[in-house]
Design a protein around this ligand. Structure first.
Ligand code: NAP
Ligand code: HSE
Length: 440
């Protein structure tokens, strides 16, 4: 078959991201077509509600309410799945791949849950699956890991992967703004997922961490194999305490590989980062990823992690790669064709291998002997206290105790937490945060 001179594109989903893709391909068409050497035809789009008013004007003749009709349309070369969710999105993606099309996706939940099946289907039917927009919005982190850093193994990758949470945390820290109001702003700005719990409870970051772990280590780590904690229990008091201790607070994904033990650990949790750490200083909707490679050393990436324009930029970069692949064949995209990274297998790190310092905030009865009981519980699990701050609590007769520990491990810390929670002097569920002693 000869290479097409016009690439026909179908888009399933014209919400925040889909409309961004349509808008920017239309606006930058001349430059894009000149760079790619082909015509880009936005041929069809599927939406749920055909009558919904949209900021981007699209002829009614190009719209359908049936995404499967787009997925299986023989005239289309590329199908962009920009609906979200994992049920219909999976069906549409697999159907398009079975007809040998290139699928472009921003759907990290889908990749985390069904990545193995999707890549196997692409391979079997000669289709291709590109997913630059699925992690860290506009930052080309997939390309960086897969192509630019192909020479490396990756002892540590960590960073901010959720724009909504970073926006919320930054607003809470800088403006003392109430959580609910900032979350509403993030939704209005098009950053948040349709189900906001994916953002604030850490699941979206976990989906993205799973994609990065697979790219870096060739292993699918599911969210139930990770520590996943969100930001909903962080209060303005935690920012003040962290600042007194010389830290900022960020929701991080941390992916570490201990080559000697052959262990991999993927975790997502709010983390105290030293104020001088470069990731600690990334604010608002921006994401940041620090990648330590055994050949290159540490590289750092930052940019807008969510929102219409940043995400559209990443989707269009995949459309451009797809156009090159359609024109020039596999030779143009040698690395992208490696659909299953071939690496040695590694096992998931057990809790006692996960080591760090901890920050613990307890609301306790303000009575004699309480601090001693807390210290005893920690000592029983060999957790050593590094510092203690006592602040007044908003509750009458209570105090807020903030402790930091010397390095301990997850098994000991979780056992300590269970015991502290049961003490009669503990008045609220303790807040446990990890300290990220990352130098770069
Ligand atoms: P969105 O604004 O909610 O848009 C979803 C689109 O899908 C809407 O146009 C909707 O149609 C359409 N849709 C949903 N169910 C459908 C169905 N059953 N049949 C036909 N069309 C259907 O979502 P989004 O923010 O653009 O996100 C899309 C994807 O990109 C998600 O996977 C998300 O995780 C990912 N992503 C988003 C961002 C971001 O910043 N927003 C960034 C990176 C990745 P109607 O318009 O008619 O309702
Ligand atoms: N809801 C996601 C975020 C969108 O806030 O990061 C980008 O993947």
């Amino acid at each position: 078959m000869s290479a097409p001179t016009t690439i026909n594109i179908g888009i399933c989903g014209l919400g925040t991201v889909g409309q961004g893709v349509w808008k920017h391909i239309s606006a930058n068409r001349a430059d894009l077509e000149s760079r790619l050497g082909v015509k880009l035809n936005l041929a069809r789009a599927a939406v749920r509600d055909l009558k919904k008013p949209r900021a981007v004007k699209i002829p009614a003749s190009k719209l359908t309410a049936d995404p499967m009709a787009v997925a299986t349309d023989p005239s289309l070369h590329i199908v962009c799945e920009l609906m979200g969710g994992t049920t219909l999105a999976r069906k549409v993606t697999l159907a398009a791949l079975r007809t040998g099309k290139i699928v472009v996706s921003a759907n990290k939940a889908l990749i985390c849950e069904h990545g193995a099946e999707i890549f196997a289907t692409a391979q079997k039917h000669g289709g291709h699956f590109f997913f630059e927009a699925s992690v860290a919005g506009g930052i080309p982190i997939i390309k960086a890991l897969r192509e630019g850093l192909v020479a490396n193994r990756f002892p540590r990758i960590y960073g901010i992967l959720n724009g909504t949470c970073n926006y919320i945390l930054t607003q809470m820290e800088d403006r003392d703004a109430p959580y609910a109001q900032v979350l509403a702003d993030a939704k209005r700005l098009g950053y948040a997922e349709a189900d906001e719990s994916l953002d604030v409870d850490g699941w979206d970051t976990a989906h993205k961490a799973s994609v990065l772990a697979w790219l870096a280590h060739g292993v699918w780590v599911k969210t139930d194999q990770m520590i996943v904690e969100g930001i909903s229990r962080i209060t303005p008091a935690d920012f003040k305490n962290a600042s007194v201790l010389g830290f900022g607070i960020k929701l991080l994904a941390v992916i570490t590989r201990d080559v000697a033990k052959n262990e991999l650990c993927v975790r997502v949790h709010p983390t105290l980062l030293p104020e001088g750490n470069v990731v600690a200083n990334v604010s608002g909707v921006f994401n940041a990823v620090s990648v330590n490679g055994d050949v290159v050393g540490t590289t750092f990436y930052s940019g807008r992690g969510a929102g219409q324009d940043a995400t559209a930029s990443a989707v269009i970069s995949d459309i451009a790669d797809a156009a090159a692949l359609l024109q020039f064949g596999k030779g143009a995209h040698l690395i992208k064709e490696v659909t299953t990274p071939v690496r040695e297998t590694c096992r998931l790190a057990p809790p006692e291998s996960i080591r760090c310092r901890y920050y613990l905030r307890l609301t306790v009865k303000d009575q004699p002997g309480v601090l001693a009981r807390v210290a005893s519980a920690m000592a029983r699990h060999h957790v050593s206290i590094a510092s203690v701050i006592q602040n007044p609590s908003e509750h009458v007769g209570a105090a807020s105790l903030v402790l930091t520990t010397h390095e301990s491990n997850e098994r000991a810390m979780q056992a300590t937490l269970r015991e502290l929670t049961k003490l009669s002097s503990t008045l609220d569920t303790p807040v446990l945060l990890r300290i990220g002693d990352f130098n770069d």
